[in-house]
Design a protein around this ligand. Structure first.
Ligand code: GA4
Length: 333
């Protein structure tokens, strides 16, 4: 297997200051899916406290994961002109350094795929992507069912049906964060220490929340993923190749009328090691109407949001900058 390991010496992104005051965060909830009775309550607590958790015993085949990761590495190892032949990401396809279409940049190259443009005619990502997305969607449905059970709302598939629907709006993302030497650093490979000692870090993917319902991420063993806690600090999430990391996204925050937090997160680039991640973004069908679930509302509780369709929210999302608070545009007051 060809490894992506070369250190690129000319970062093209700005070096942004960071305010991170905790090194690797050990408090991330770990949910064992082999114990569903415990899992359902732990998931609800994690979604309320962090909007983020890690799952183990998830049932996704490690072989499938490593095969897809190898294909991704092979793709990103191709020469630049070869990769550039894949359509530019407007918004889907191969992209490098630019994120979205409104001026956001990052130390990253990526493939963005939707169910309609998985490159099945190419040797690369042949049927693997589809197989992988199918498995991870199943995992997403299991998690959303446990969530509904933990929230004590009926029917059990009230959330998961939006992912299993044949018109579910799925996005799949393969990211490669090449190593990025920060000219201001002492080449300390621990990014959290680096940002603490220098107050500067190279941003791979700037801070944002994900607009969909749920995101399911897996990465290689390179650190860099950080989440924003309620107390205003950024914390590094220790990588774990064998587990999945789950984000609560904007739509779940709306549907729970703010009980669950859509987690703000970002990726900082490592000085020496490549980071490769694969993320499934689970969105509902475009015409799905989104509003707080009646069955969750306490008597007299007011809805914080006006009803909107996923299409409306998504269209608005693509007009915003990465860091914008898109949810606030749909707040009632
Ligand atoms: C964040 C979550 C997903 O990666 C994504 C991103 C999308 C893109 O990369 O094209 C967006 C971003 C994401 C939210 C705001 C807009 C759109 C980049 C951007 C600046 C694929 C998605 O669905 O929304």
């Amino acid at each position: 297997m060809v490894m992506i390991s070369q250190v690129e010496k000319k970062p093209v992104v700005d070096i942004f200051p960071t305010k991170s005051n905790k090194t690797n965060f050990t408090g991330i909830p770990v949910i064992d899916l082999s114990s569903p009775e415990d899992a359902k309550n732990l998931i609800v607590n994690a979604c309320q406290d962090y909007g983020f958790f890690k799952v183990i015993n998830h049932g996704v085949s490690p072989l499938l994961v490593s095969e897809l990761e190898n294909e991704a590495i092979e793709f990103f190892n191709m020469r630049q002109y070869e990769k550039d032949q894949y359509c530019p990401p407007n918004p889907f396809g191969y992209g490098r350094n630019k994120i979205g279409t409104n001026g956001d940049v990052g130390w990253i190259e990526y493939l963005l795929l939707t169910s309609t443009n998985f490159p099945t005619n190419s040797k690369i990502f042949s049927s693997l992507t589809n197989e992988y997305v199918k498995e991870v969607r199943k995992l997403g449905c299991t998690i959303l069912e446990l969530m509904a059970e933990g929230l004590k709302i009926e029917p059990k598939n009230v959330l998961s049906r939006m992912l299993s629907d044949e018109n579910a709006d799925t996005v799949f993302r393969l990211n490669h964060y090449p190593p990025c030497l920060d000219p201001n650093s002492n080449h300390d490979s621990d990014l959290n220490n680096k940002s603490m000692s220098h107050g500067r870090t190279s941003i791979g993917f700037g801070e944002h929340t994900d607009p969909q319902l749920i995101s399911i991420a897996r990465s290689n063993a390179t650190s860099g993923f950080q989440i924003y806690l309620e107390d205003g600090t950024w914390v590094g999430v220790p990588p774990d190749e064998t587990s999945y990391f789950i984000n609560v996204d904007d739509l779940l925050e709306v549907m729970t009328n703010g009980r669950f937090r859509s987690v703000r997160h970002r990726v900082v680039a490592d000085s020496f090691k490549s980071r490769v991640s694969m993320i499934y973004f689970g969105g509902p069908p475009l015409m799905e109407k989104i509003s707080p679930l009646g069955s969750l509302m306490e008597p007299g509780e007011e809805s914080l949001y006006n009803e909107f369709t996923w299409f409306e929210y998504k269209s608005c999302t693509y007009k915003t900058r990465l860091t914008d608070n898109r949810l606030s545009l749909f707040h009632k007051h």
